[in-house]
Write a protein that binds this ligand. Sequence first.
Ligand code: 5GP
Length: 192
Amino acid sequence: MKLLEERIRKDGVVKPPDILKVDSFLNHQIDPILIREMGREFKRLFEGEGITKVITVEASGIAIAIEAAAEMGVPLVFAKKSRSRNIANDVWTAKVFSFTHGNTNDIVISKQYLSQGDRVLIIDDFLANGEAVRGLVSLCEQAGAEVKGVGIAIEKGFQPGGKELREKGFRIESLAIIESMNGETGEIVFRS
Ligand code: 5GP
C-alpha cells in the first residue's frame, strides 16, 4: 500500500538492529485517516472470505483491527494479555513471547466471543517472528474457528514469521513488507 510505505519512509525511525518505530502515526499517536484507509484495504483484500469476526491482541493491533471490522460490518475481539497464574476455564489461552518487550504473556479470549463456526481474520500492526499471530491461530484452533486470513500493517520480511506462516498455508496479506532496513543510515527498502 503506497500510502503506508510513503508514511513509513517519511516518519518511521529505525532502531538498530531490527525495530521500526512508528509512534508518530500508528503506535502512540494515531493517524485516523491512514488507519481508515488500511481498514478499507483489508476489506478489499479479504472480501469474499465470509469473515464473521476480526481478532487481534491488545493493544497496538486494536486501532487497525477496528477499522477493518467496521468496514466488514463484523465484531472485533481483542485478546487480552493476562498475568494471572490462574487462568479461568471459560477462556481460550495461549502463550506469546513478546518481540518488543522480551517477555512471555498469556493471551486470552473469552469462549463466549470465539467459537466454532467463526470465520476469522487476524489483524496485527507488525509481523516479525510470528509469535503473536501463532498465538492467535492457537486460540482459533482451540475454539474450532477457521482462520481465513491474516492482515498485517507492516511485515519485516527479513524476519522469519511471514515465510513460516505462508509455508503452513495461511493467507498473509501485509500492506507494507520491509525487505531490509539500515540502522545507521535509516534507509528502508520495501519488497516490491
Ligand atoms: P512477532 O510476534 O511477529 O514476533 O512480533 C509482532 C509483535 O511484536 C507485534 O504485535 C508488534 O507489537 C511487535 N513488534 C515486532 N516488531 C516490531 C517493530 O519493529 N516495531 C514495533 N513498533 N513493534 C514491533
